[in-house]
Write a protein that binds this ligand. Structure first.
Ligand code: PDD
Length: 276
């Protein structure tokens, strides 16, 4: 496979990462994962905007313009003849002798990879099971950084019991999934945690706001409790790779009798119509 390394396209086997890369030693870097549908990157602009914001929040100076980075990501997809799948793109603060503070005059290290994943609706599961996990992450979850150990531990907790996602909570307040945003439906309204420093402001989350507006479904960005989650009419998660996915069971509690709810199905149909 061809990968993107800095400004070049090379074979994956030729790629080398320095053992003192700060991404490797400190998780000091940022990333984006984007879907490719029929050879085109879905929601590319908002992903790039978020990448720019993540860089700014970490004082990481991008070595190329966003337009140039976008051109390289598109070229990577062409060179791999990717029709449907995921493109993963990351930038670290580069390689320098190990010290916590930022190195000077060290170029960031850019890598990009693609993986193909056919979007087969006939094989799409109706929904997933989830587990609850305490949100032990830091308080800048709004930045899409490579520091994902809190997310990884939560996802493993789900994986250990064959669940698809861990739903995180800080005390009584539900924040988001280990790699997704969480929505509940209550009395015909969508409710999801506000986009503050406790969650990643998902691009799919924002896209669902657009779909909901078109479908005349009200959306409320407010904190909601574990109790509201477990007694919700419907629960679904959103993320780049999961799109809109109903949550049918949380720990031992079934949601909506273990079936996808009406508004979840409406949103999924609207999503599909945008992608087809
Ligand atoms: N994860 N919250 C967290 C913690 C995430 O890691 C993600 C995405 C989301 C949803 O964001 P978006 O809709 O922009 O994908 C929310 C990506 C897919 C990942 O880690 O691979």
């Amino acid at each position: 496979a061809t990968i993107l390394y800095q400004d070049q396209f090379i074979d994956r086997k030729q790629a080398k990462v320095d053992i003192e890369d700060r991404g490797y030693q400190f998780g000091d870097g940022i990333y984006e994962a984007m879907m490719v549908y029929s050879g085109r990157i879905f929601l590319l602009e908002p992903h790039l905007k978020r990448l720019e914001r993540s860089a700014r929040e970490l004082s990481l100076t991008l070595p190329y313009s966003i337009d140039h980075l976008a051109d390289n990501i598109k070229k990577l997809i062409e060179l791999n003849q990717l029709e449907d799948g995921v493109v993963y793109f990351q930038i670290t603060r580069g390689a320098a002798p190990r010290q916590h503070f930022f190195p000077e005059h060290t170029p960031p290290v850019i890598t990009g990879t693609v993986s193909s994943k056919v979007r087969d609706l006939s094989k799409r599961p109706k929904g997933i099971k989830a587990v609850l996990a305490e949100d032990i992450r830091w308080l800048r979850c709004d930045i899409k950084t490579l520091n994902l150990l809190g997310n990884v531990l939560a996802k493993q907790k789900a994986h250990n019991v064959n669940a698809g996602e861990a739903i995180l909570h800080r005390g009584e307040t539900v924040t988001e999934g280990s790699s997704s945003n969480v929505f509940i439906v209550k009395a015909g309204e969508l409710v999801t945690h506000p986009a503050d420093h406790r969650i990643l402001n998902g691009i799919t989350r924002l896209f669902v706001f657009d779909l909901a507006k078109r479908l005349d479904i009200p959306v409320s960005e407010r904190e909601f409790s574990l109790k509201e989650l477990l007694h919700a009419d419907e629960v679904f998660i959103t993320s780049t790779s999961n799109e809109v996915k109903p949550v049918l069971q949380i720990d031992d509690q079934r949601i909506n009798g273990g079936e996808p709810g009406a508004l979840s199905k409406k949103l999924i149909a609207a999503f599909d119509a945008e992608v087809e």
